[in-house]
Design a protein around this ligand. Structure first.
Ligand code: NAD
Length: 258
């Protein structure tokens, strides 16, 4: 039996992932803003520290997998605090708890939005660990006419770059810990439920995120991939953002990657 910690576990992809892992007989420590084993606000330093200390208390034998899912879609600075700084703090902060596992794994959640236009200054501040400057930049973008829409994509670009850089370092690859992310297309979850509830909303999402294979996915679809990336079976996939997007990446990027 393996022990996992899943963030964002009260809704959508995180909830589907913790349920799937439990159904498969694993121990799962859940965390979110409410209704979970650990209640922690990942937009704050105090909340991140609370998560790390509570995880140590609830999993005294350590963890086999960390699955960082929590995120916000909103064009506001808090999205930067949760999607980048909260996700990185979760993965870095819980890494020591993976040390005794025979097959330690870590996975985060990026997005097809990492392929959209982003703000390089915001990306740079995030990667430099400059949270105050990043939040200020996001606040400035949020006030501008079109800048707000760059905030979410910039968090996912920064996280995707961070994970490629981190995955090959001694503390990750050198310690035998594969570190990956999934890059979902449109998923039915708290993020999208309202938009997907009207024909107009569905058409808008279809234009923004074309998914020729199957259209929007149920959250459990992402859970299957997260569970595999975090399983002992995954020995050599690392540093990857694995798109699970019904063909969105292939549609948008075409031949440009090879
Ligand atoms: P969701 O809204 O159903 O779940 C997100 C969870 O994150 C919620 O339970 C929420 O409470 C939690 N969260 C938000 N702010 C938090 C904070 N400050 N501290 C702790 N937890 C917090 O949405 P979802 O679709 O399951 O989102 C999960 C991940 O998937 C996110 O990282 C998101 O960027 C990514 N994603 C979603 C889609 C989509 O179409 N739904 C597409 C691409 C990527």
């Amino acid at each position: 039996m393996r022990t996992y910690l899943v963030t964002g576990a009260a809704s959508g992809i995180g909830q589907a992932t913790s349920e799937l892992l439990k159904e498969r007989g694993n121990n799962v420590v859940t965390t979110d803003l409410q209704d979970t084993d650990i209640v922690a606000d990942l937009s704050t330093v105090a909340g991140r520290e609370h998560l790390i200390s509570e995880a140590g208390r609830l999993a005294p034998g350590g963890l086999d997998g960390v699955i960082a899912v929590a995120g916000l879609p909103l064009p506001i600075p808090t999205t930067v605090a949760v999607n980048f700084f909260g996700m990185v703090a979760t993965l870095e902060g819980l890494r020591p708890l993976l040390e005794n596992s025979p097959a330690p794994r870590a996975v985060g959640v990026s997005s097809m939005a990492s392929l959209w236009p982003s703000d390089e200054t915001l990306v740079k501040h995030q990667l430099a660990g400059e949270e105050d400057l990043a939040l200020q930049r996001a606040a400035d973008l949020a006030k501008s006419e079109t800048g707000g829409q760059l905030i979410y994509s910039s968090t996912k670009v920064a996280f995707s770059r961070w994970l490629r850089r981190a995955s090959i370092l001694p503390q990750w690859a050198g310690a035998g810990i594969p570190l990956n992310a999934i890059g979902p297309g449109t998923v039915v979850s708290g993020f999208t439920r309202e938009t997907l509830s009207t024909e107009e909303g569905r058409q808008l999402l279809e234009q923004m995120v074309p998914m020729p294979l199957g259209g929007p996915a149920e959250a459990v679809v992402c859970a299957y991939l997260l569970a595999w990336l975090a399983s002992a079976e995954n020995t050599h996939v690392t540093g990857q953002v694995v798109f699970i997007d019904g063909g969105n990446d292939a549609t948008l990027r075409g031949d440009s990657t090879w």
